[in-house]
Design a protein around this ligand. Structure first.
Ligand code: 87F
Length: 510
């Protein structure tokens, strides 16, 4: 769709040599991140070979370059939850209308997004079946069956799966798609205390996915009553921010469901005293949205920028054989370099394709966001060295063959840290502390992430939403950060001027 090939092929009349080369290679972005963010994003995800558009709106093909990132995060998260004694399972994709109804209260608001299967072949199904938008109603009837006594608790299950939500507002690859991948954890405990502890343990894993893997700074906090999962007791989240659009984005959520679902689905147990009691439940999820947030935060005008920890290729080795050079010698040096790096546990590959120039390959791997490029030419061969170029800042460093592994490891760590530091600095520059409505409106117009003292009243949040409604979308609370600045006695709510109860982040969001 946003492929540059289609766009570039339109520049046929142009006799300029540069344009010709571009047309031939199909490389380069036609939109800039700062000028046309939405178009830039679509172009990056397609040209980096992460996404292919599909012929159903809101559905996207995740190509290996994207799937590898998902798998690397899964490779972190899955063992972590197994350490917490959470077990994987798989429940069906389909939901019977009966159970979905049971849960009416919380499903009501979501109902328009539920997709239904109504036919098999040309025959109408006797009873239509829903496709899971989330799995509470799929799983909890069986929790009710499986949990009998206190010895059956805690029950801690997770599943890696797809869900379908038939969204109508502008679909965006990874960020808002009608089908997406996620993990959903659903746990049941005898006591609220155990549930409370798990909510935060999971939230910390989500923070680590964003900050340690994707190099994206996030804010941990609690959702307002209006923004929490309606079926639950309270919702915690990690919130990221996209400086270019001035929008917050909910990164992942960890809910304490309290006993609401236990009541609805009769998930009871006999406690140690022989009394009948209801379980306390949590649910939590992160999705492929994580990948979109990473692209938006780190990508630049050359394409994708991958943090080394999630890059399926961390180092791309490219031979640079000038005319009359010892081409075989250079190729052998590249092979040896890749082998040495791979043996040291670094994900390295070579690009020996002989139908592309080194320059083309540089652009290609820059577009794909590979953190480190190693070039080996005749001079490097003679000096027993290699030249490394960083994707994040373009810096070039000569590395002696003897120090290869240590230097590359150090560079990858530096790139990872630098990506986080730069992203955090940019994010922090967008945070504005306000005390009054006028300051709030001004900051909102400047696309800031706003930290404001708030009375914590739902009606006031509804009022802020109504008063900021417009083309760009209304402002809402993102979260109330766990890390609360001091709130001096007498501080007033920025919107209602009633006594403020807490600091909250506000802004437009995805
Ligand atoms: C769309 C259609 C139907 C979100 C929906 O966050 C139902 C829903 O329940 C729905 N969109 N939600 C909330 C999901 C809550 C919760 N589920 C388990 C999570 C974490 C994983």
């Amino acid at each position: 769709m946003a492929g540059s090939e289609a766009k570039n092929s339109g520049s046929k009349q142009s006799g300029a040599k540069k344009k010709e080369v571009k047309k031939e290679t199909g490389l380069g972005l036609t939109n800039r991140k700062a000028d046309n963010f939405g178009e830039w994003y679509s172009e990056v995800v397609v040209n980096s070979e992460m996404i292919e558009y599909y012929d159903i709106s809101g559905c996207y093909i995740l190509r290996p370059w994207a799937m590898a990132i998902w798998e690397i995060m899964q490779g972190f998260f899955d063992p972590e939850i197994k350490k917490m004694k959470i077990k994987n399972c798989y429940f069906p994709l389909f939901v019977s209308p009966g159970v979905l109804e049971k849960e009416k209260e919380h499903v009501e608001g979501f109902a328009p997004e539920v997709a239904w299967v109504t036919k098999s072949g040309k025959t109408d199904l006797e009873i239509p079946i829903a496709i899971r938008p989330t799995s509470e109603t799929v799983m909890y009837p069986y929790y009710s069956k499986w949990i009998r006594g206190h010895r059956d608790l805690p029950l801690k299950l997770n599943q890696w799966c797809n869900v379908v939500r038939w969204e109508f507002s502008n679909p965006t690859p990874f960020i808002r798609s009608r089908e997406f991948l996620w993990q959903e954890g659903h746990t049941a405990f005898a006591t609220k205390e155990e549930a409370d502890v798990e909510v935060l343990e999971i939230l910390e894993l989500y923070r680590r996915i964003y900050e340690e893997f994707l190099a994206v700074p996030v804010i941990k906090g609690k959702k307002s009553e209006m923004e929490k999962f309606a079926g639950g007791l309270y919702t915690t989240s990690v919130e990221a921010f996209i400086p270019n659009t001035g929008r917050g984005v909910q990164g992942a959520t960890s809910h304490c469901l309290g006993q609401n679902f236990a009541k609805m689905f009769e998930i009871n147990f006999e406690n140690e005293k022989g009394e009948k009691a209801m379980v306390w439940q949590n649910s939590w999820a992160y999705s492929t949205r994580t990948i979109g947030v990473m692209v938006m935060v780190h990508g630049d005008d050359k394409g994708l920028v991958l943090p080394p920890k999630v890059a399926s290729v961390q180092v791309i080795v490219i031979p640079v054989p000038y005319k009359d050079a010892d081409t075989q010698g250079i190729i052998d040096a590249c092979t040896a370099t890749v082998n040495t790096l791979c043996e040291a546990g670094i994900r390295a590959e070579s690009d020996f394709r002989d139908n592309y120039s080194p320059g083309w390959k540089y652009s290609h791997w820059e577009m794909k966001g590979v953190p480190l490029r190693i070039e080996i030419g005749p001079k490097d061969l003679a000096k027993k060295q290699a030249r490394a170029a960083r994707r994040d800042n373009g810096a070039k460093i000569d590395i002696a063959n003897d120090n290869l592994v240590d230097e590359v490891k150090k560079l990858l760590d530096t790139v990872q840290q630098n990506l986080f530091d730069v992203a955090k600095q940019k994010r922090d520059e967008c945070i504005e502390v306000v005390h009054t409505w006028d300051e709030f409106v001004q900051a909102l117009n400047q696309r800031k992430m706003i930290l404001a003292p708030w009375c914590d009243e739902e009606a006031v949040e509804a009022d802020v939403k109504a008063r900021t409604k417009g083309e760009m979308g209304a402002a809402k609370t993102l979260c109330s950060p766990f890390d609360q600045p001091e709130l001096p006695e007498g501080t007033k709510c920025f919107a209602s001027e009633k006594p403020a109860k807490k600091w909250s982040y506000w802004g437009r969001s995805y």
